[in-house]
Design a protein around this ligand. Structure first.
Ligand code: CA
Length: 360
């Protein structure tokens, strides 16, 4: 087995800082949602309908990984993120998030497991959603998982289409959460000692966070938040902070009606940047590789509806520039910058993975 995937070169693309080749890593996927790179060069890819697929030697393996939990595969629900534990090399833990079917509908759940042969083994529940909070809504599940390398795991849950959930601390919806990597609630979480509040909450007022990453070098947690019609947001997520949804927003309802008269309020965080019209921002990742020197420290943000990859330049926590890349190329679900220095882009449907490789 070779470590490098076989890739087919599609075309060369010009961009502001680097020309790059667009190389196909895998095709024939159905609604791929997230991917990870294993130490031996294989890739794991989640498909929303509930399949975990393996790409080996440049080929998408036909048999999905066995023992993946049943998922609520409706509309936006299903199998979502896949993340390796920061100490994966020694402990083998792979984390998966999914819409867990429950008597009242579904809600976002997280497990971890080890990959043995082509099956999940040693499965442990890391976040069990409160069953009474399950809903039949098929939208706004979130989700993204991010480790901080200090033993903690952050993850997001969307407000499930009921916007007022985001302001209420007695439910897990419309929030960013923090747990120990084994699922225990840290005693120093901001609302851990508040009666009636869900102890896992780290921040609230978050509509539907589908991108969540720690910035290399600063340790700061950033999030992309899928807005209504207008008002997609990039936020810096701080302990215990309220991100405003739906009390403040730069967007309006999909039907055109007003959600709020105000876009700012004391005690509520402002986004670092807001996008109107909504690109429908989804996954994001920071670039810290060596293949594209001028992109170092940049943030890549994906867009579903407006079909593009946004390269964001940052300085001191502020956005100093944006470049639209791969415009009109398809709905982009996620982006990953792995240690090999390539930029991997996941297209929703037709589902495929391409990577940006240096050209010239
Ligand atoms: Ca907000």
């Amino acid at each position: 087995m070779s470590a490098a995937p076989c890739v087919a070169q599609e075309r060369t693309v010009k961009s502001e800082k680097h020309p790059f080749n667009l190389e196909t890593v895998a095709e024939g996927l159905r609604n791929p949602w997230a991917m990870e790179k294993l130490l031996d060069g294989r890739f794991l890819v989640t498909e929303r309908a509930g399949r975990l697929r393996v790409i080996q030697d440049g080929k998408l393996q036909s048999a999905p990984v066995a023992n993946v939990p049943n998922v609520f595969a409706r509309n936006q629900g299903g199998l979502m993120d896949v993340r390796l534990h920061p100490d994966y090399a020694s402990n083998g833990w792979i984390y998966l998030s999914y819409s867990k079917p429950l008597p009242g509908g579904a809600l976002t759940s997280i497990i971890r497991a080890r990959l043995k042969e082509n099956a999940l083994a040693d499965i442990e529940t890391i976040f069990e959603p409160p069953a009474e909070e399950a809903t039949n809504s098929s939208i706004h599940f979130g989700n993204r998982i991010q480790f901080d390398g200090k033993g903690y795991m952050f993850f997001s849950i969307g407000e499930r289409g009921e916007m007022q959930n985001a302001q209420r601390l007695e439910n897990v919806k419309g929030k960013v959460h923090r747990l120990h990597d084994d699922g225990r609630v840290p005693a120093d979480n901001p609302f851990a000692k508040q009666a009636g509040a869900r102890a896992s909450i780290w921040s609230y007022g978050n509509r539907n966070v589908q991108g969540l990453r720690i910035q290399p070098g600063t340790g700061v947690l950033w999030a992309t938040e899928h807005g209504p019609r207008g008002g997609d947001e990039l936020n810096v997520i701080r302990r215990g902070a309220n991100y405003g949804w739906p009390v403040i927003t730069y967007g309006i309802d999909y039907g055109g009606s007003k959600i709020s008269d105000i876009s700012a309020k004391a005690g509520m965080e402002q986004p670092v940047v807001q996008w109107t019209p909504s690109p429908a921002v989804c996954g994001m990742d920071f670039y810290s590789g060596d293949k594209f020197r001028a992109w170092k420290g940049n943030l890549f943000v994906t867009a579903l509806a407006l079909q593009k990859l946004i390269r964001v330049t940052l300085s001191d926590g502020k956005v100093t520039g944006q470049e639209n890349m791969l415009e009109k190329s398809g709905r982009i679900r996620d982006v990953r910058c792995f240690d090999d220095g390539f930029v991997y882009v996941i297209y929703d449907e037709p589902g495929k993975i391409v990577r940006l490789a240096p050209a010239g």
